[in-house]
Design a protein around this ligand. Sequence first.
Ligand SMILES: *Cc1c(COP(=O)(O)O)cnc(C)c1O
Length: 374
Amino acid sequence: MRVPFADLSRQHLALKKDLDAAIAGVVERSSFIQGPEVTAFEDEFAKYCHVSDAVGVSSGTEALFLALKALGIGPGDEVITVPNTFIATSEAVTAVGAQVRFVDVDSKTYTIDPEMLEAAINPKTRAVIPVHLYGQTANMDAVTDIARRHNLFVVEDAAQAHGARWTGRKAGSLGDCGCFSFYPGKNLGAFGDAGAVVTKDAELAARIRRLRNHGRDPGSKYEHSEEGFNGRMDSLQAAILSVKLRHLPDWSHKRRAVAKAYRELLSDCDGVVLPCVSADAEHVFHLYVVQVEKRDELQKALKVEGIATGVHYPIPLHLQPAYAHLGLGPGSFPVAEAQASRILSLPMFGDMTEAEVEYVAAKVMAFHRATVKV
Ligand SMILES: *Cc1c(COP(=O)(O)O)cnc(C)c1O
């Protein structure tokens, strides 16, 4: 059997009629930039995230960048985040001219360790970016409590956590703002690049709205109260996202069902550490990440059986050549480093069949049995 890591074509085939109609509508109106589709999607996504405002932007990276920019973070400031994330998180910090400061993560949930966060705060610290990695929110009670006591902004990197919850509250609504990516492979994906910032702060939303569109004043064409950027979401992407958003609750439910099946099938496999879902969290399983001692061997064995897997991420950011100037060698963040050599992302998507999940689990078990015997 061949099991893909994810299969977007299954999702799109099922929605083909609605997607075609949405695209045709945009072509008919031909308002490709800042069209009514963008405002419509922003309203729907704000409602979905339980916030007052959503601002559609050109990518998740742009969402993080514009959020930090709009909060006034820049040269001389420090922003704390984790080393086990996609590089976009820290790129945004550097792009606004601030300094990134990495801290280690919790050994069970892969998200920011609140104790490490608090210990890293200094007079220059202005913000923290908790990353809701793999689809589970960070410990947001602890993070927001620390942030309040130290007067820090909280910018959620929710690029992998559309619809995830912490004590019942939605990702993106927990900090000062939340940044989402609609990269095609994310839980809610466009047909290209797109992103959004969500917030309950109308003033912050207005500033991001202005910055994404060259600092242009609302309602005016060539009046600019400040310099901004071209960071807009295309009308075409917004129309597609509106169609797909209606199905997101169902897709999250299906992802959780796949995760539950993996858990049941792999529960007797001592050598495989399964994802740990915090009692306060509702996970949306953007990725299903396990830990094993012989990760590279398992990945190879699964490949031979036709199973595609991934590693998110193999090199913690502080050990990347891009951050060599920080002078943080191996041993700087022992938890993140130990995880990086052991993590493996198994196939995970809502349309996975029961047979596919069972096949993957069976092959993981077979590898485990073969390796513990010797
Ligand atoms: C995907 C991702 C981003 C960046 O989003 P893009 O839309 O690709 O720019 C940022 N942070 C995390 C954790 C991501 O997974």
